[in-house]
Design a binder for this molecule. Sequence first.
Ligand code: LMR
Length: 398
Amino acid sequence: MFAHVEHYAGDPILGLMEKYNQDTRENKVNLGIGIYYDDNGKLPVLPSVQQAETQIFNPIKPRPYLPMDGLVGYRTACQHLLFGKGAQVLADKRVATIATLGGSGALKVGADFIHTWFKDAKCYVSKPTWGNHISIFEGAGFEVAEYPYYDAATNGVKFDEMVACFKQLNANDVVLLHPCCHNPTGIDLTPAQWDIVLDIVKEKQLIAFMDIAYQGFGEDMDADVYAIRKAVELELSFFVSNSFSKNLSLYGERVGGLSVVCPTADEAKLVQGQLQFTVRRIYSSPPSHGGHVVDIVMNDDALFTQWVGEVYEMRDRIRDMRQKLRDVLEQKIQGRSFEYITTQKGMFSFTGLSPEQVARLQSEFAIYMVSNGRMCVAGLNNSNIDYVANAMATVLAD
Ligand code: LMR
């Protein structure tokens, strides 16, 4: 009966994690999946999250279904982080927001919604992008194409080519953008470049879909959403998917959000209703535990301030690792600059290692990276950094 079902080769990121878990070598290092580990190589439970959980479990409470679009406090928390607490667009009730199953869930609900209401829209993603962007939009029925982004020659952005590509697109085509900490390259647009790109989005009437999974890991909570707030200023109607997986270290709780900025409050109501319907027919309602954690941490002033500090600690440790890795590599490979490691932002560094070099790191050194050369810098720590730098220097030298 199922003989015709096609083989699934596995996911290049999640499959790598499984392979890493099965590796019995003691010196193994996981630089694959985008997960933040602390300097002891452990997945942290943030103290702010622990405090929220103490409240949730003391006493243990019944767990009814949440509303289709999630807890009100959760939704406003997403809005405040993305658009700013006092933002006029929020006072005007022009933003429809729902809680989603992680950032992936937000992308899926958003993609389904757009495909239903803008049937001819194509989706354009950066070259390269997070592989699941392509899968999710194709799965929702889109034809997905790429726009130029990463420039290997300069370790920067092919900005002129990107702009030229956007100018060729049709009204209502979707452009998937990374407001900060671009995945996989770690290379972000500058505010001046965002201004240019968003002007074109407006002029060509494109649908911007901004996917932000790393707020707080780039510059800071506000600077990382420059593009989002600029788009509001330009009076664009657009989509934002956000994730709390990384900045609350709540990966398995599946906590994300989808916000749609609309021209009027009436349209926002229509969109909110359709988003609820989209959720209902996929999974009915979002998970409760993570929803309550986010609600408590974000809506208690003291816990919120504490949490922001905890995110910045993670950000700073990653920056420190970037600097150390660069220093060791420049020491080992004289005359070669590894400046890109410290200019890239967020969890990832696009190392420029070839798939063969990445495979060698895995087979000879038990160091796991995504085959496109993406390294999760947040997997480095003071105990493994010399080992990784030495191994990288070895494969780069040969
Ligand atoms: C990543 O890019 O590694 C993360 O976003 C995790 C994932 O689901 O791929």
